[in-house]
Design a protein. Sequence first.
Length: 197
Amino acid sequence: MKIIIVGASGTMGKYLTSAFNKEHEVITAASKGCEISVDITATRSIEEMYKKVGGFDALISTAGPTYVGPWSKLSDREFRQGVEGKMMGQINLVLIGQDFIRPKGSFTLITGALSHDPQRNFANASAANGAVEGFVRAAAIELEYGIRINAVSPTVIEASPQYFPYFPGDIPVTMQQLEFGFRKSVFGPGTGQIIRL
């Protein structure tokens, strides 16, 4: 399979690239440090990425900037980080990508436990995650040619200990659990699923 990993320069993306490129052709994309440079907040950049890649079988997104910080400093400007990044960035990966993906291909987006288990400082991410999950469920009943779409929704991951204090009492998701969640989405039959880890 030919798999695009968007956000491949990040912690999750690097791990997934290493795991999947042993068995498949993996194309890495991110704002910097990857084979293809892409800014998911710009539709033209997303279009250029797909034109460079050509036909593909699966897209994995681990990208999506959001604002992290105190509620008292959350304004329209800060809030739009999540709207334009994690929400519209990922939605546009699908809206534009549906014209390039091969029949029976799949899209896997990233959300997170904050959509149903909010924590302080993450209101922006909670809202963006919830919007992406709603989009995944709706897109699943409209995408054509057997194309599937799911979202992987982890809590804090073990490789990001700097975030542990923000998630008191949560057991960190291992990188292997994360990988298996993405494997379920990419290689399994399900669509419209939120794969909670």
